[in-house]
Design a protein around this ligand. Sequence first.
Ligand code: F0G
Length: 481
Amino acid sequence: MSIRLSNGSEIPIEMHKIRIVQKVRLAPVRERLQAMDEAGYNTFLLRTRDIFMDMLTDSGTNAMTDNQQAAMLQADDAYAGSESFYKLLDAVKEIFGYQYLLPVHQGRAAEHLLAKSFIKPGDFIPMNYHFTTTKAHFNLVGGTVLELFGPDALVTESDKPFKGNMDLGRLKETIDKVGAGKIPFVRMEATTNLIGGQPFSLANLHEIKKLIAPLGIPLFVDGSLISENAYFIRQREPKYANASIKDIIREIMEVADLCYLSGRKSCSVRGGFIATNRKDLYETIRPWLPVYEGFYTYGGMSSKEIEAMAVGVREMTELEIAGSSADAIKYLVEQLIENKVPVVTPPGGLACHVDAMRFVSHVPQSEYPAGSLAAAVYIISGIRGMERGSISMDRDEEGNDVPSDMELLRLAVPRRVFTMSHFQYAADRIKWLYEHRSMIGGLEFCEEPPILRFFAGRLKPKNNWGAKLAEAFEKDFGPNC
Ligand code: F0G
């Protein structure tokens, strides 16, 4: 929720009290430089003891509510038939309107089961944009991902409200070209992660459904950030201005044939599920659940997490909770714009995205500008963000780098974790870095895993730019900052 101040400006306002806290430390810049060296210039490989603000992800890092924590005490740890499962099923029926539920240990496990159940070699899966683990799973079973985004999707500075929409013309062309028989499903991702957390509109979803339903192609929604997408629909799609988040989520689910999600984001719990009303889809997936995840009533989640998820699924439909990170992201984006830092607009869900292609325009894509920027931000601030650019793309079959459509530094905003002063600190340090951006150089790989290389790859800075940047920072702020 945002609130208007007497001077007319808006600030995000916390609709909660903070009653449990976790200590963090701001390591001095020299220590941060050393930590970055040891991490191979890959923010995934840092240790949290060296991190001041962890903005790597909003996944599994949200603050739970007291009600979620309390529910965990009631966990029924039965291997089969656990009451905790039935509580989650009730919540999914109420919020999603779906009666069939397959719990999984996290989002990518759902992707694995969907790939295993529906995709054959030679199939094509149209989507608004890929997510890293989605693409990996769909490719592993021989499928080809087709990203059918519209002309606005990749324009970083924009006022288009729904850059996560699918281009209907491109979808029609694809179906004509490859044939409906080669398309096991169409996937729409709520607030498309890799292009700046940009939502789709309900109008777009209805249009997609109208086109594919007569051809027998089902529509799957990745609902990991469903409450944020619903929040944006309420804000940006005039027809829904007075609708509740619950009503909007319900309508999305009525249009979709199936929803799967990582519970680690909107639901603020570690886990995930697949849900649907289509018995045929459910029965195709169901046999694989105990093979890869766990028995039907826990599917790889602990009963405690299932309990917390049952609460989280309902709570995410409360307006203040659905908008808690979106409003903070908007604030940070606006602060950075004020400081002339290039960011993705309009502000999206999950993170503030800094446009590395414009921030370090002197670093060529072959030297991973978003990776460089992520490392530089950590060195000068202790803030850990995530590279979402060419390092996050794996090489093609010939071993060539695949340049990413966008080079973004993602500064994720976990729900209810940071305060205003944190965001002000972040905006200030990034402003300093922007003024010293010419000092940031490129990166090259030293160790490169063959798949999802961004997780464990190690890189090094060209011409030792990290050390020079740390030195300049120390000169301005002193050794203890
Ligand atoms: N789908 C989307 C849209 C996601 O953002 C993620 C994870 C997944 C699926 C996979 O879910 O992590 O529970 O297995 N996104 C995390 C992130 C990793 O940091 O953005 P998971």
